[in-house]
Design a protein around this ligand. Sequence first.
Ligand SMILES: Cc1cc2nc3c(=O)[nH]c(=O)nc-3n(C[C@H](O)[C@H](O)[C@H](O)COP(=O)(O)OP(=O)(O)OC[C@H]3O[C@@H](n4cnc5c(N)ncnc54)[C@H](O)[C@@H]3O)c2cc1C
Ligand code: FES
Length: 358
Amino acid sequence: MDMDIAVEPAEARVNVGEAESLKLVCRSIRQESRNAKTYVFGTEGDVRVLFRAGQFLNITFGVNGQEAVRSYSISSSASHGARLAITVKRIPNGTVSNWLFDNLRVGDRVRAEGPLGAFTDEEIEGPLVFLSAGSGVTPVAAMMRTYVDLCDDRDVVFLHFSRSPEDTIFAADFSAWARALPRARIIVVATNPSFGSGWVGPTGRISQGLVSALIPDIAGRTVFACGPEGFMQTAREIAERMGVPADRFFQESFVTFVTKVAEDAHEGPSEKAYEVRFAKSGSTTTCSETKSILKAAQAINVKIQTSCGKGICGTCRVKLTSGTVTMTHGGGIKQREIDQGYILACCSKPTSDLVVDR
Ligand SMILES: Cc1cc2nc3c(=O)[nH]c(=O)nc-3n(C[C@H](O)[C@H](O)[C@H](O)COP(=O)(O)OP(=O)(O)OC[C@H]3O[C@@H](n4cnc5c(N)ncnc54)[C@H](O)[C@@H]3O)c2cc1C
Ligand code: FES
């Protein structure tokens, strides 16, 4: 099964490749597995969005009368900029993923910011490894689809972990990609296949034994990992132990609310507190050196949109008019933006009194 991408109109305009506000209309919906669907969006005015495979969009959905922003990796090929697909896995009790599953219809419109993110193979030479688990397959799918479209027969080993055959997103695409890219090796590992599922492939969770058996030359490859936090931590440790240098290991985390709650619980008692003034809303509060600007804003109802809560997605970007912070981000902001005075509120803590342009 391949993406049902429409041919781009000849008059399509091309944007400049920077993150921008997009108006999207849903053109088609497809069931990918028992709990994942792909939503293909067209852009208003058929504007072609220049993005790099592996990047994501922050999409605003109207869920039960309230706006909710979530990050979704683009799962379609970067060579089809006027059609952008996202593939969403339904999360138990998840607000947006369930709403999307049950409510989004062809013809519905959404707003998006993007493209965002640095989880891309741009300027990466040499052999690659893709390690993905569950819905973490989506940015990898965009890369594989782009290679297929560009006839870029990369030396890539793509190792994907899925609970069972029924849960495997893009299962039908894997063999088509392998046929189109003779140098690519695609291996699916089922972590918990049910009896009678007919699964005859490898089983088990990610482990050093499995990785060294399947990718013995991993030390000479650049590794991209995407999946739940625990999966990625294990992937990173294995790669490190097997000799992959830190600067050749890239990861994208699909963090959830649970992770954010755990982090917030770790915030220690205040040592020093600083004054934080939100200039546009005219509100002022104090913020301890161990608390994020985002938390300080939320405490006094100053609205800053968030998604990942971990400095990855760039949703909470605000401009600092004065003052200094420590910012521990995960790639959600570019050096150029930092130089212009922008910070990510979710992962910035004050080291002086601040004025924030919000
Ligand atoms: C860069 C990036 C790219 C991403 N790409 C994709 C993608 O391609 N596909 C994809 O499916 N996802 C992707 N995600 C994840 C996505 O953004 C959402 O986090 C995901 O869809 C869940 O959103 P939700 O609204 O359904 O869940 P949320 O409502 O945000 O809840 C998430 C989790 O928290 C739990 N929870 C919610 N409320 C509470 C509460 N009050 N107390 C305790 N627990 C609670 C839920 O049970 C659930 O397990 C990506 C995330 C990032 C950061
Ligand atoms: S919410 Fe994602 S970077 Fe802050």
